[in-house]
Design a protein around this ligand. Structure first.
Ligand code: PMT
Length: 401
């Protein structure tokens, strides 16, 4: 259940190269259960034909304010009343300027004036247009009136420039729409998390690492964010995009991770250690690249700080969730870790096999807490994160109220 079932969304499309992505967005919204109608400006039709949206929605696309045919099927006032939400994607600089001035000189701007529904704009334009003082002022005026502006994203633009101005990707926009209606049982709860591997330098070019991809931790960060939590994600080196709405702090070594966590732990309500933190690091990393001069090399390793145990030992510390990665004796080793590290909940998984654990898109977890257990079978890491998120929420509310 996405929470969009039976929601009526009016998708406004204005003139911008990102208009082609609106068709993908429309499909995503429909797949999540929303009923979608499309209104296009004249400029939008220069980029994508109304027929595309008509075929996808099964409804005529509204384009004209004073069209007797369209007014007889569903007038602009009826459309304005019909919508639970108006999402304009892409929203061009011109459209935002007209909305900021309260103009009603085409169907979409008229609808926005006539509606009682919330209005969200997925901004998309050239970066200089975005930074122009006129656009800045328009954004301020719209935001004061409760119109929310989503994005833009930064990156390579269709015009060849690099900077902010790209429309958020359809899946990011979908997440934002979903989170508007989602149950938010963790609203106001601050969660500090770790994810990904650590790298412990041997010399300037080599390190001791592990196979963690960060997928499990990033999926959980996204899910908890959607449940309303404020997330700070301390991340080892991974090649994953930061989930929308999540604050990310990049680190490399276990000691850097410990520093980043301990600097923030006082203000968090829940701490979750998903990171595969190296238990040991080379005592004295070589200052220069080690040369191949002998048949063998001895590395002296020293123990890293145990971040999870340190957080769990804090007086009046947060509710703590640990992970246990085991190749054998899953339940016994995980239970021993739960007790020795003093955590409220531990999520144990098999690693080192073909399926689940590190790198894989799927995983299975055994959840253990004082007096309880729950097994979550093999499934995608995002689905698993949803189920784990629900258990964390329940246990946190049970223990901390
Ligand atoms: O990133 P993916 O590829 O998606 O893989 C996910 C995962 C397998 C990494 C994840 O599900 C997982 O099991 N994470 C914990 C990995 C681990 O280090 O487990 P452990 O049993 O060695 O450590 C137990 C707990 O102590 C963990 O919460 C760990 O973050 C924490 N720890 C460990 C050592 C240390 N020095 N400091 C710690 O905080």
């Amino acid at each position: 259940m996405s929470g969009l079932e039976a929601k009526k969304i009016l998708l406004g499309v204005t003139g911008g190269i990102a208009a082609y992505k609106s068709a993908v967005l429309l499909r995503e919204l429909q797949r999540s259960g929303a009923s979608v109608r499309v209104v296009m400006t004249a400029a939008a039709q220069a980029f994508i034909a109304p027929l595309t949206f008509q075929a996808l929605t099964g409804h005529a696309v509204s384009t004209e304010l004073l069209d007797p045919d369209q007014e007889s099927s569903m007038s602009h006032i009826e459309l304005a009343r019909w919508a639970d939400l108006i999402l304009v994607a892409p929203a061009s600089a011109d459209f935002m300027a007209r909305l900021a001035c309260g103009l009603a000189n085409d169907l979409l701007s008229t609808l926005c004036l006539a509606t009682q529904a919330p209005i969200k704009l997925a901004a998309a334009m050239n970066q200089h247009m975005w930074f122009n003082p006129a656009t800045r002022e328009n954004c301020r005026r719209l935001e004061v009136r409760g119109v929310e502006i989503w994005g833009p994203d930064a990156g390579l633009q269709a015009c060849g420039e690099v900077g902010p101005g790209r429309m958020l990707e359809p899946e990011d926009l979908l997440q934002k729409v979903v989170s508007l209606y989602a149950d938010r049982p963790l609203q106001g709860v601050r969660v500090l998390m770790t994810a990904g591997p650590t790298r412990e330098p041997i010399d300037p070019v080599r390190f001791i690492g592990n196979r963690s991809s960060g997928h499990m931790g990033y999926a959980l960060a996204q899910v908890l964010c959607e449940l309303g939590a404020e997330i700070c994600l301390v991340s080892g080196p991974v090649v994953l995009p930061t989930p929308v709405g999540v604050e990310r702090v990049d680190v490399e070594t276990a000691t850097q991770m410990q520093g980043a966590v301990m600097a923030r732990v006082e203000t968090c309500d829940i701490f979750i250690g998903v990171a595969a933190v190296a238990d040991y690091r080379p005592l004295a990393p070589a200052p220069q690249k080690i040369k191949k001069t002998s048949a063998s090399v001895n590395l002296e390793l020293v123990a890293n700080p145990d971040i999870l145990a340190e957080v769990a030992a804090l007086e009046q510390g947060p509710f703590t969730v640990g992970f246990a990665a085991e190749t054998e004796g899953l339940e016994a080793y995980a239970e021993a870790k739960r007790i020795s590290k003093g955590v409220d909940l531990i999520a144990a998984n098999h690693v080192g096999s073909e399926k689940g654990g590190f790198e894989s898109d799927e995983n299975a977890l055994l959840l253990l807490w004082d007096g309880g257990r729950e097994a979550l079978p093999m499934m995608s890491k995002i689905k698993l994160a949803e189920q784990l998120g629900a258990v964390i929420t329940k246990r946190y509310r049970t223990v901390r109220g």
